[in-house]
Structures are given as structure tokens and as C-alpha cells.
Design a binder for this molecule. Sequence first.
Ligand SMILES: *[C@@H]1O[C@H](CO)[C@@H](O)[C@H](O)[C@H]1NC(C)=O
Ligand SMILES: *[C@@H]1O[C@H](CO)[C@@H](O)[C@H](O)[C@H]1NC(C)=O
Ligand SMILES: *[C@@H]1O[C@H](CO)[C@@H](O)[C@H](O)[C@H]1NC(C)=O
Ligand SMILES: *[C@@H]1O[C@H](CO)[C@@H](O)[C@H](O)[C@H]1NC(C)=O
Ligand SMILES: *[C@@H]1O[C@H](CO)[C@@H](O)[C@H](O)[C@H]1NC(C)=O
Ligand SMILES: *[C@@H]1O[C@H](CO)[C@@H](O)[C@H](O)[C@H]1NC(C)=O
Ligand SMILES: *[C@@H]1O[C@H](CO)[C@@H](O)[C@H](O)[C@H]1NC(C)=O
Ligand SMILES: *[C@@H]1O[C@H](CO)[C@@H](O)[C@H](O)[C@H]1NC(C)=O
Ligand SMILES: *[C@@H]1O[C@H](CO)[C@@H](O)[C@H](O)[C@H]1NC(C)=O
Length: 382
Amino acid sequence: MLDLARRVLLSSSSSSVVVFFFFFSSALLCSVRASCPPRCECSEAAHTVKCVSKELRGVPTGIPGYTRNLFVTGNQIGRLGPESFRGLENVTNLSLSNNRISEVESHTFAGLRSLRSLDLSNNQLAVIHPEAFTVPNQTLRELNLSRALYNHSSVMDLATSLRWSSLGSLQGLDLSHNGLIYLPSHIFSHLSSLRRLQLSNNSLVAIHNATLSGLERLEELDLSLNALKTFPEEGLRELDSLPGAALLLGENPFTCTCGIEPFALWLNRSQERIRNVDSLVCSFPASMRNTSMLAVGTLTLGCHQRGAGADLALQTSYVFLGIVLGFIGLIFLFVLYLNRKGIKKRINDLRDACREVWEGYHYRFEIDSDPRLSQISTGADA
Ligand SMILES: *[C@@H]1O[C@H](CO)[C@@H](O)[C@H](O)[C@H]1NC(C)=O
Ligand SMILES: *[C@@H]1O[C@H](CO)[C@@H](O)[C@H](O)[C@H]1NC(C)=O
Ligand SMILES: *[C@@H]1O[C@H](CO)[C@@H](O)[C@H](O)[C@H]1NC(C)=O
Ligand SMILES: *[C@@H]1O[C@H](CO)[C@@H](O)[C@H](O)[C@H]1NC(C)=O
Ligand SMILES: *[C@@H]1O[C@H](CO)[C@@H](O)[C@H](O)[C@H]1NC(C)=O
Ligand SMILES: *[C@@H]1O[C@H](CO)[C@@H](O)[C@H](O)[C@H]1NC(C)=O
Ligand SMILES: *[C@@H]1O[C@H](CO)[C@@H](O)[C@H](O)[C@H]1NC(C)=O
Ligand SMILES: *[C@@H]1O[C@H](CO)[C@@H](O)[C@H](O)[C@H]1NC(C)=O
Ligand SMILES: *[C@@H]1O[C@H](CO)[C@@H](O)[C@H](O)[C@H]1NC(C)=O
């Protein structure tokens, strides 16, 4: 009887142990499965989670807390907000490239306390809220916005968020392939740590005053593949305000007419910091195509005979001539004033002489016009 009871107890306890193990292992399995969101691959050893090309419409929830490298690329994500990233304090590298992101709200990345590198390349950003890129403690070092803007109209939003997002530690900014036509002044002036700035393959036509202000630490500026025909003095002054920066200027439609001379001379002077300076060539006019920009300074473009310098000389000589003529006129008037009595007398004399001549003439005319008198005179003559 006792034996039976013990056996029942034993079996029940062993069954409860089995049941316990079943639940425990299934709970473990579940937790392992739950720790990696569906359609993602997680590697705890590499601290990496990848959710690549899975047609996701949002950032998945349940990404494990150990994640340092998070790739949610090639999906259909359209919008990002603060709710997109929760409990991801260890993420250092975040790539959201190749999505359809058109809007980024303020403080979207505020939960990512360790974020150093953010890749938003190949998106369609049209609405960027003022504090879109704010990360606590200014940890962000790299921001990739290559081919990320929907069109040039996004540049004003971008300028505002670069100013308001506390990016004082940012070292690299990639804005290549964005169709930018111009850069608002002071757009980079809050990026005081920036070292590398990529602006290649845009449609920039000029660098204006204060476009590059605040970039004292810049080490590399890439302006290749833009629409720059020349750099007027204003643009050269901007480039000179970045003395430590290597410059890439290739593949621009440089136009080698008179206006290019200051730029060509500046190039010759600044050769050391321009990458591949020998490969910079004129694109226009056709007769100058492929001519090295370094040779343009030594060529006579015919600017000095009829260029701006000659115009200035001509204007100066006109002004000088005017002054001399005015001076001579004044002296003439003064001499007239001094001689006013003599002149008056001479005028009176002249008038008297004229009157005499006139009266003499008049008299002869009267004689000539009176037939009788003329007959008398002719008769007398005869
Ligand atoms: C972040 O990493 C640290 C150290 O590896 C770890 O102690 C912490 O729990 C992690 N945070 C989360 C939310 O998992
Ligand atoms: C993370 O970003 C840094 C640059 O901030 C880079 O050097 C590193 O290779 C990146 N790691 C991964 C796994 O992408
Ligand atoms: C910012 O950094 C300080 C010290 O460097 C640290 O104590 C603080 O927790 C950090 N804040 C956040 C939000 O990470
Ligand atoms: C930014 O992303 C593009 C495309 O994803 C890549 O080709 C480029 O090298 C990246 N820029 C930087 C500075 O890493
Ligand atoms: C940019 O796209 C918007 C929306 O399609 C349009 O209204 C705007 O004119 C475009 N801007 C430029 C510079 O093309
Ligand atoms: C420049 O950007 C345009 C799109 O904006 C792209 O079609 C073209 O291939 C890019 N050129 C290079 C050399 O990357
Ligand atoms: C740029 O600055 C110079 C002097 O610093 C000034 O003469 C010029 O008018 C400015 N140009 C523009 C477009 O503001
Ligand atoms: C300019 O140089 C390129 C490559 O060096 C060459 O393909 C092209 O034919 C040249 N064009 C002219 C007009 O010389
Ligand atoms: C270019 O600079 C060199 C010295 O670095 C000078 O000898 C040469 O005359 C300059 N060429 C022109 C066109 O100024």
C-alpha cells in the first residue's frame, strides 16, 4: 500500500518534471525565436541583425538589445519616427539604405544612445523635421545621405535639420547624387567637427559667400561632377577659407573664356591641395576642349586687350579727359572775366564797325534799288 503510494507519487513527480522540462524548453525556444524578429537574421556573437530585402513596411519590433550593427535595407519603409527604434541602446551602426523613406520625424533616433554611423542612402526624403538627426550626447560621427533626397526642394529642410540636430561631433557627411542646385548659406555652419564632405554628382553652379562657413576642420571636399563653369572671386574666397581641405574638382564643365583667368591662376597657386589637378580640363568653348586648366593661365585668352582690364583703362582715360576739358573751360571763363572791360570795349567797337558797314551797305542798296538814281548815276557815268 505504502509502496503503491510512493510509486504514484514518484511517477507523478517524474511526470511533473517531464511537464516542467517541456514547458521550460518550449519557453526557451520561444524566447530564442522571439529574440529575433521574423524575416530577420540575428547573430548574437557578431552583435548583428540583418533584415534585408524582405518587403518590410516598418522597422521590426523585438530586435534584441545586444544589437550593435542593424541593417534594415532594401525594404519598403516609408516613414520613420521615435517609435521606430525602442530599446536599442547598443546600436552603433544603423543602415536604412534602399528603402522608400520620405519622412523622418524629430527625435527619431533619440533612443539610440550609442549611434555613431547612420546610413540613409538611396531613399526619397521629402520631409525632414528640424531635429530629425538628433542623437543623445552627440555621438553621431557619420551620416550618409547619398541619393537620399527626393529632389532639390528638400534642401531647405535639410539645412534646418543640420542646424538643429546637434551634430557637433559629425565627421563625415555624404550628400552626393542629390540633384542639389545650390546650397543655402551657412548650411554647414553647425558642423564644427566635419572632416569629409561629399557633394559630388549634384548640379551646383556656384559656391557663394558663407556657403562653406564653419568648416574650419574640413580635410576633404568633393565637388566633382557638378555644373561649375568657373569659380569667381567669391567662390575662391570660400575655398581659401578651408586651408586644410583637399579638393576634388574633376568632371565640371569649366568654360575657358576670359572670366576663367582668376580661377586658373588660383589653381596654379593651390596645386598641392587639389587632387588630380593635371586631369582638370576645359570643356568649353569647343576650341579649348581638353586643354589643361593649368595651361590656361599661361595661354593668352586675349583678355588683356579687350577684357575687363582694358575696359577699366579706357574708362579711366575718359574720366581724365573730362577733368582736363573742364579745367581748360574754367580757365577760359576766368580769363574772360578778367578781360571783361577790354572785351566790352571791343564788342562796342565791333558793333560800331558793324553799324558803319551796315549803313554803308544800306545806302548803296538804296541807290542801287532806285531806278532814277541809278539812271542818273549811269547817265552821269556816260
Ligand atoms: C547593451 O550592452 C551591454 C554590454 O554588452 C549590456 O550590458 C546591456 O544589457 C545591453 N543593453 C540591452 C538593452 O540589452
Ligand atoms: C560601423 O561604422 C564604422 C564607421 O562609423 C565602420 O568603420 C564600421 O566598419 C562599421 N561596421 C559595420 C559592421 O558596418
Ligand atoms: C551622456 O554622457 C554622459 C557622460 O559622458 C553619461 O553620463 C550620460 O549617461 C550620457 N547620456 C546618454 C543619454 O547617453
Ligand atoms: C554612402 O552610401 C553609398 C551607397 O549606399 C556608398 O556608395 C557610399 O560609399 C557611402 N558613403 C560613405 C562616405 O561611406
Ligand atoms: C520636388 O517635388 C515636389 C513634389 O513632387 C514638387 O512640388 C517640387 O516642385 C519639386 N522640386 C523641384 C526643384 O523639382
Ligand atoms: C549621378 O546621379 C544621377 C542621378 O542623380 C545618376 O543617374 C548618375 O548615374 C550619377 N552619375 C554617376 C557618375 O554616379
Ligand atoms: C560677397 O562678399 C563680398 C565681400 O566680402 C561682397 O563684396 C559681395 O557683394 C558678396 N556677394 C554676395 C552675393 O553677397
Ligand atoms: C578629350 O580627351 C578624351 C580623353 O582623354 C578623349 O576621349 C576625347 O576624344 C578628347 N576630345 C577632344 C575634343 O579632343
Ligand atoms: C604657376 O606657378 C609656377 C610656380 O609655382 C610659376 O612658375 C608659373 O609661372 C605659374 N604659371 C602661371 C600661369 O602663373
